[in-house]
Design a protein around this ligand. Sequence first.
Ligand code: MG
Length: 497
Amino acid sequence: MKMHAWALRLALGGLVGACQTAGTDPAPHAECVRETRNAGSPPNIVVLFADDMGWGDVGCYEGSQCQTPNIDRLAREGLRLTSFYVAAPACSPSRAALLTGCYPVRVGVPEVLGPKSPTGLAPSEETLAELLRERGYTTAMVGKWHLGDAPAMLPTAQGFDSWTGLPYSNDMWPWHYGDPERGVIGNPNWPDLPLFDGGQVTQLNPNQDSLTPLYTKRALEFLDAHVHAQGNAQAASPFFLYYAFSHPHVPIAASERFRGKSGQGLYADMILEIDDAVGQVVAKLEELGLAQNTWVVFTSDNGPWTRFGDHAGTTGPWRGDKGTCFEGGMRMPCVVWAPGQMVAGRTSDQVTTAMDLVPTVAALTGARLPSRPIDGVDQSALWTGRGELPIPGPFFYYYPSELHAVRVGRWKLHAPHPFRKVVTPGQGGYPGEQTFVQVERSLYDLEADPGETTNVAASHPEIVRRLERELERARVELGDSLVGRKGRAVRPAGKAQ
Ligand code: MG
C-alpha cells in the first residue's frame, strides 16, 4: 500500500509506540477479500453523515436504545469502528474536518456558524469533493452544509456539482426553540430558513418532517440519473455522494410513515427514518449494480445534545455530550461497508478520525491529496482489512479553538478547561438548564475507565508529562485559545463578501 508523507502531521512517533491500541478483530467467518473492481475504474464513495446522533442511537453499538436495522446490517457485513472520533463536538467544525482532512482550527472553522455568517470554509481549502471531481468524479450533496452560507462558500462552490439541502442547522430559523412563557428566548433576528434545490431557494422554513424524505428522494434520483445517463453501472464514471442529514438535530421530526413506528417516542421514530434512508440508498446501489464498487461510510458529526432531554439521543457508555470534549461529544459510531472490497464483519478499536476520510479516500480512488498540510491519516489498510495499520498518533480534542485534551493509546489527558454540563434535561423540544463546570487536569485510562470518572494523574506522573508534551506540540502548531496561543500553521477562514 502506498504510504503518503504527511508533512507537518501531528502524529509524533516516539510517544505512541508503547501506547497504540488494539487492531481489528475479524469475525470468525470473515470472508476473504474479493477484488471485483474493474481495472481503471475507481470506486464510488458515499458518505452518510447524521447530525447530533449519538453512539447510543445506533443499534449495533453498546448501550444503544434505538433500532437501526439497516446500519446494523452494514456493520455486520463491513467494519464497525469503536474508537472513531470527529474533530469537534459541534456541527460546523466537525464538517470542516470531514471535508478537508484537517483539524478545524487549522482551516479557520473552529466554531459553529450562524445564518449570514461573515466567515466560512475558505474557497482556497481543497475539499474532498474538489479532489474527487478533479479525479473525474461526479459529485452530489444532499442535506446540511454549515460551512458558510455566502454564495462563494456554498457546496456548489466547494466541489459539488449539485446540492439539495439547508445551508446551516435546521434550528436556525425564527422559530428557534423560543418560548416566552417558559422564559426561553428564541432568536427573532434569524432569517427565514432557506431550502436550496436545483440551484435555487425553493422553500422558506420547510416542514421539518419533509427534510429526510426530500434528501433521500434526491439522493436516489441522483444515483438513477447518474447510471442511466451513462448506459449502465459499468460504463458510468465514478461518483461521490455526500448525504448530510439535518436530523436528529432539534427540532426533531419524523414523517407520517414513521411516526409511532418505533413505539419508543418521536426521537426513536426519527432514528428509524434516518436508518431507513440509509437502507434505501444501499438498496439503490444494489439495484443499480453499483454496490460492488462503492464504499459507504456512515457516521455522525457530534454527540447528542442532551440538554434537549427527550428530544436528544444517548451516548452509551461515554461521559459528556455535544459541545464537550469528553468521549460522548466526539467518539462516534462509524460503519464502513464495501462488499467485495474488504474483509467483512470486523470490529476495530483502532483510533481513527473523521479527518482520515480525505487521505483514505484519496488512497482508495487515486485522487491526489490537498496541496497544503492535513492532519488525517490514510486508513485504507483498516478499511480493506489488508496491509499494515498506521501507528495511531495523538488525537487532540479541540473546541472551539481551545485545546481541551489529548488521547494517546489508552490514556487521555484533559487540560484544565470549562465545559458545559446539563443541570436539568429539557422536554418537548425545549432546552433544559445548563451550567459551566471546570474540569481539573485529569488523566483517564479509557480502557479501565471508559466513562472518564477517576482521575489517575497522581499515580502516573510520567504519562502526564508525556501527554503534556503532546499538548504543547499541538499548541505550537495549531494554537490554544485557552492560554492565548496562536498556532503557526493555522490558515485563515473564508470571508463572506
Ligand atoms: Mg451536529
